[in-house]
Design a protein around this ligand. Structure first.
Ligand SMILES: NC(=O)c1ccc[n+]([C@@H]2O[C@H](COP(=O)([O-])OP(=O)(O)OC[C@H]3O[C@@H](n4cnc5c(N)ncnc54)[C@H](OP(=O)(O)O)[C@@H]3O)[C@@H](O)[C@H]2O)c1
Length: 233
């Protein structure tokens, strides 16, 4: 056991579940959070059967109250957070819409979950990590949020992920030495979000996430990576 507490958002399926599994196998005490506690409990069953140290919690990153309640529970239960993987995210628009087909309310919805969700989590986690002098935060983003490769379509998802990239840089400037905050694109991965035609399997997708979550003390911070390789913003 590493004695380190890792919190994963959206850990009930997809990349979140696979990341939780891998970190638990590497000796982390993993808090698997999900919108529905029952989904987290269900996902945790095989990990518990494997003898892994996993815990479950209810957390909707789009809600101030839910994030507040989650951190109150976490503080009482563990008193620290060493790793935060801001994995939870959603594509709200369907079938690659053009900007003219996406109204402002959908833009706000995507921003509230995909950008403000990680921001809410970092707002709570960073002071704890700064006080400890240790922390690793991994924000899941996407090539679709990359300004240097920006294309048309899916404006809500794209802009929300660009927001996460900006927040990563801002928060990294506010982090104490020993706290590393990076943003990771997993590539196009075969999950419910990525669909069956995606080019990567889940193990390929999580490699870069796990790398950023377990960075050594001399690792980078405030950067954007895929498979541990730096990307242009
Ligand atoms: N798959 C890809 O190709 C790809 C590419 C680039 C980036 N990403 C990013 O990688 C991350 C994980 O994606 P994935 O492919 O594993 O997607 P997924 O299979 O669709 O899983 C998404 C997870 O996020 C959770 N979630 C959504 N909204 C939430 C909220 N408000 N509060 C808490 N949990 C919430 C979902 O919970 P429910 O089960 O309750 O819905 C689910 O657990 C996302 O941030 C995504 O944008 C994925």
């Amino acid at each position: 056991m590493t004695g380190k507490i890792a919190v994963i958002t959206g850990a009930n399926r997809g990349l979140g579940l696979a990341t939780a599994t891998e970190l638990a196998r590497r000796g982390y005490s993993v808090v698997m959070s999900a919108r529905q506690k029952s989904d987290a409990d269900q996902a945790a069953k095989p990990l518990l059967a494997e003898g892994l140290d996993v815990h479950t919690g209810e957390l909707d990153i789009s809600s101030d109250a839910s994030v507040e309640a989650f951190f109150a529970w976490l503080g009482e239960r563990f008193g620290r957070i060493d790793v935060l993987v801001n994995n939870a995210g959603e594509v709200f628009e369907r079938r690659d819409p053009r900007t003219s087909q996406v109204d402002a309310s959908l833009m706000l919805k995507a921003f509230n979950t995909n950008a403000l969700g990680p921001w809410r989590m970092m707002q709570k986690a960073l002071p704890m990590m700064n006080a400890q002098g240790f922390g690793r935060i991994v924000n899941l983003t996407s090539g679709m949020g990359q300004l240097s490769e920006m294309g048309g379509g899916n404006p809500a998802y794209r802009v929300s992920k660009t927001g996460v990239n900006a927040m990563t840089i801002i928060m990294a400037h506010e982090a104490a030495p020993g706290v590393k905050i990076n943003t990771v694109c997993p590539g196009w991965v075969r999950t419910e979000m990525g669909g069956p035609r995606a080019t990567r399997d889940i193990d390929e997708g999580i490699a870069g996430i796990v790398w950023a979550a377990t960075l050594e003390d001399d690792g980078p911070t405030g950067g954007f990576f895929r498979d541990g390789k730096r990307l242009d913003w």
